[in-house]
Design a protein around this ligand. Structure first.
Ligand code: SF4
Length: 293
């Protein structure tokens, strides 16, 4: 008998749900609706919205008028200003309020730095992730990104450090980096890791400790889903999938218990498809066992 359990916290968080709601409402009432880059990091959900009429563009050049929805991770400061200045464009800001809070902290710190010229802003996160790119843009040239402990060891600048985090970082990476920087610098810490991301990490880790295999569902481009996969793989065998079609039958051989979890940008309909597939596998296994008996 195959046991299938789903993590207590998995799938859409508050920020993603809010963004999808805003997008659905906007496209129901209006025609020209765009997002700059994907609204969330889940290709299947983005495709579903595209079918409803939301166009994804990577540049402002092609948008003359209409509605532009800002994605959950936010967009660079200057781009946002440019959009607001265009009278023919209505901006629908779906930036997650927790991301926005971090942007505000960076902006405020940057103003302080320009006033007193003595502090550096360190952003702990993935350098090329859109959230980090946007955060850095709010720092007006005062930010340095540190991704890992190796980079923290090699960090050399003079001054005091203000340290913020990409919202979906793991506490372990954040704390390890802070610990290294504290050896050589005076630091002020702004722990901006989001509770929704943290709750999903804790629930995934707890479940991974009790099962033979973890399946982590979510976009391959989703930072928080990738982090869940890393956490789970430290505890048990783990596979990161985007949809039910990615599951390989051979993964399920000699496995008695499976744990499921999903990133904050994974919609329920994708999680449900995986759960159904697991239930079917369970039924087939039972039939096989009875036949063998
Ligand atoms: S994980 Fe947190 S910061 Fe990211 S969108 Fe969800 S609620 Fe917002």
């Amino acid at each position: 008998m195959l046991e299938v359990k789903t993590a207590d916290k998995a799938g859409f968080c508050f920020g993603v749900r809010r963004a999808i709601d805003l997008a659905e409402k906007t496209v129901t009432k209006n025609h020209k609706v765009y997002t700059l880059g994907p609204i969330i990091h889940n290709p299947q959900e983005v495709k579903r919205l595209e079918k409803k009429g939301i166009k994804i563009l990577n540049t402002l050049k092609k948008i003359k008028d209409g509605y532009v929805i800002l994605r959950t991770h936010g967009i660079p400061f200057k781009l946002h200003q440019q959009l607001e200045k265009n009278k023919d464009i209505v901006v629908i800001d779906a930036t997650c309020p927790f991301v926005k809070r971090t942007q505000d902290i960076v902006k405020q710190l940057s103003t302080d730095i320009e006033n007193y010229n003595k502090k550096i802003i360190v952003v702990v996160g993935e350098r090329i992730h859109p959230e980090v790119v946007a955060l850095v843009s709010y720092g007006n040239g005062n930010c340095t990104v540190i991704e890992n402990t190796n980079e923290a060891q090699n960090f050399k600048k003079s001054g005091k450090l203000n340290i913020v985090s990409q919202t979906t970082q793991t506490p372990k990476n954040f704390n390890d980096i802070v610990k290294i920087l504290k050896k050589n610098y005076k630091v002020k810490i702004f722990n901006t890791i989001c509770k929704a991301a943290l709750d999903r990490q804790k629930a995934a880790e707890k479940l991974a400790e009790t099962v033979d295999l973890m399946i982590i569902i979510g976009g391959k481009n989703s930072g928080n889903t990738t982090r869940l996969a890393q956490i789970c793989s430290n505890k048990t065998k783990a596979y990161h999938i985007e949809t039910v079609n990615d599951i390989k039958e051979r993964w399920l051989l000699n496995v008695n218990s499976i744990g499921l979890t999903a990133g904050a940008s994974t919609p329920d309909w994708i999680i449900n498809e995986v759960e159904i597939k697991m239930r079917e596998t369970n039924t087939n296994k039972n039939k096989q066992n009875k036949t063998n008996f």
